[in-house]
Structures are given as C-alpha cells and as structure tokens.
Write a protein that binds this ligand. Structure first.
Ligand code: SF4
Length: 67
C-alpha cells in the first residue's frame, strides 16, 4: 500500500525522512499495537510517508510536515 502512494499522486517524503518519522513513532507512547497512532487512528506507516502530514500529538507534533 505504501509503495503505491507516489503512483497515486500523493506527495511522499524521501526514504531517510520516512525512516526518521517511523523511528519517532516506534518510541512514542501513543503508538498502539505497533501500528496505529492513538490520536488520529492512522496507520503510521502510511501517515509518515505523506509529505503534507505531520504528527497529530496534542501539545505539538513530534515530526513536522515536509515542504
Ligand atoms: S504520529 Fe506522533 S503521536 Fe502518533 S504515534 Fe507517531 S509520534 Fe506518536
């Protein structure tokens, strides 16, 4: 699913930014089941790939939107 996002016209971050975002999510207490952000219900592997998305943590994002 993640690999198809650029083909579907979604602006995506580079691999290094993607890995950095996912590493932050892995250490975050708001990550549920190892897959899902408790604040937005998103699969972080998808949300972190999208350039226009940021981390939805209340009080301030742990990673920012790109661009
Ligand atoms: S998107 Fe933000 S709040 Fe959600 S799991 Fe990742 S770092 Fe945590």
């Amino acid at each position: 699913m993640v690999a198809r996002l650029p083909l579907q016209g979604f602006e995506c971050v580079a691999d290094d930014v993607y890995r950095e975002r996912l590493a932050t999510c892995r250490d975050c207490p708001s990550l549920q089941y190892g897959t899902t952000c408790s604040h937005c219900g998103c699969f972080v592997r998808v949300r972190a790939k999208l350039a226009g998305k940021d981390c939805p943590r209340p009080g301030g994002p742990s990673w920012q939107a790109a661009g």
